[in-house]
Design a protein around this ligand. Structure first.
Ligand SMILES: Cc1ncc(COP(=O)(O)O)c(C=O)c1O
Length: 416
């Protein structure tokens, strides 16, 4: 019917098109995958219902910056796997770290953070939080005596650590650090990105909040940026408040991709870890490799702590090597590798090798790098799902290229 010819009760084409294309199907049978609720808004039954949700976002859905069913499903799934009462999904790992920290901190508060940690987390603390009056003390939190001294050195509001540190793979003793934090009235927040809840669940070891970059092992395919936080319900409510206020919300399609990744998290991490353990043992025997850092091998400085708090026999997919020949050798190895992705990320099906001094830790001065145990020739390897023999062949060829360089310059010995 043409719009001119319509009867007065009939609606015009545009109105009918908008209504027809917005009608959501009633589905009697449960879908096997969590649906992607790709909508910014949800219509309430009446003004009272909309008002109730403005007062308490948990009363239902109104606006996807505040909450969205697909993103809520991811928050709940992560909480269950991390042994938290509640969980929340955010726009990125950095968004998750920010929301967890900001939910606990105010001007004048003091944070104790690890010397070895993801570079952007350091700068979030030293640049963004510092501008709002928060002070940060960095300490070697893999050394329980140093951790105790740093926490006791002043009133401490938050102790922050990584389960397996980026990039050196050093491991924190969560049970001890959580006890020290609680003795001083501090909240213990842990970044579990390198481990994933399949390997380690810091909340079971005493942490108050656990955060992860879901960009990495949780989603696993390097196709989404996302973050998650889990913990006690009262603490997660405060994290959600920061997320809503700052808009660090995860979109529904991105939440769906992480949920899909979680379906295969266990089998992927098992395979990442089996290949990583074999590659680490093999690399330890290769000429041109000064040191291998992998929590699953006895030479790792916190091997015993790792074995105590990880799933038995699964030490993860992350390892680091120190190339004999320092910075030039490290760069030569990266350039000579052919199977790996030259990128700054990790936790993917693709093996990824980075040179932290020039990527993830580029914000740090040489002195800061040295104090964090990062030698100039350090390479971080995120072992993917390729065949072990192909990776060994690729590394063997790359190490040969590095060995052919000009005579190696000895690196200063720096402990981690
Ligand atoms: C340990 C760790 N935490 C947090 C992040 C930040 O995650 P995103 O890039 O998802 O913001 C990263 C990123 O590499 C990381 O390695």
């Amino acid at each position: 019917m043409s719009d001119q010819g319509r009867k007065s009760a009939a609606k015009g084409f545009s109105t009918r098109a908008i209504r027809a294309a917005s009608r959501t199907p009633r589905v009697g049978q449960r879908p096997s995958s969590v649906p992607i609720y790709q909508t910014a808004t949800f219509a309430s039954a009446d003004a009272q219902e909309l008002g109730d949700m403005a007062a308490d976002p948990r009363a239902g859905y109104s606006y996807s910056r505040i909450s969205n069913p697909t993103s809520s499903a991811l928050g709940a799934a992560y909480a269950e796997l991390a042994s938290g009462e509640a969980g929340v999904a955010l726009a990125s790992g950095m968004g998750a770290i920010h929301a967890a920290l900001a939910s606990q901190l105010k001007a004048g508060d003091r944070v104790v953070a690890p010397l070895a940690a993801y570079g952007s987390t350091r700068t979030q603390l030293t640049d963004t939080f510092a501008r709002f009056g928060v002070t940060v003390e960095f300490a070697d939190l893999t050394d329980n005596t140093a951790a105790a001294a740093a926490i006791a050195a002043g009133p401490t509001r938050v102790v922050y650590a990584e389960t397996i540190a980026n990039p050196t793979t050093v491991v924190t003793d969560h049970a001890t650090v959580a006890r020290l934090a609680h003795e001083h009235g501090a909240t213990y927040i842990v970044d579990n990105t390198f481990a994933s809840p399949y390997i380690c669940r810091p909340l079971e070891l005493g942490a108050d909040l656990v955060v992860e970059s879901a960009t990495k092992f949780l989603s696993g395919h390097s196709d989404v940026i996302a973050g998650v936080v889990a913990g006690r319900s009262d603490l997660i409510r405060k994290v959600e408040k920061v997320q809503i206020d700052t808009g660090a919300t995860l979109g529904p399609f991105d939440a769906f991709l992480v949920l899909r990744g979680i379906l295969t998290l266990a089998v992927r991490v098992e395979r990442h870890a089996t290949t990583a353990a074999a590659l680490a043992t093999w690399l330890e025997r290769q000429d041109g490799v000064q040191r291998v850092l992998y929590p699953g091998i006895p030479s790792h400085p916190q091997h015993d702590v790792a074995m105590r708090q990880f799933r038995p026999g699964v030490a993860g997919g992350m390892l680091a090597i120190e190339a004999a020949g320092g910075r030039d050798a490290g760069r030569a190895i990266i350039d000579a590798l052919t199977l790996t992705e030259l990128t700054a990320s990790l936790g993917s099906v693709h093996t990824m090798v980075v040179h932290p001094p020039s990527t993830s830790q580029r914000q740090m001065s040489d002195a800061e790098l040295a104090s964090a145990g990062i030698t100039p020739g350090l390479l971080r390897i995120s072992v993917g799902l390729e065949d072990l023999e192909d990776l060994q062949d690729d590394f063997a060829a790359a190490l040969a290229v590095a060995r052919d360089l000009a005579p190696a310059v000895e690196q200063p010995a720096v402990g981690v």
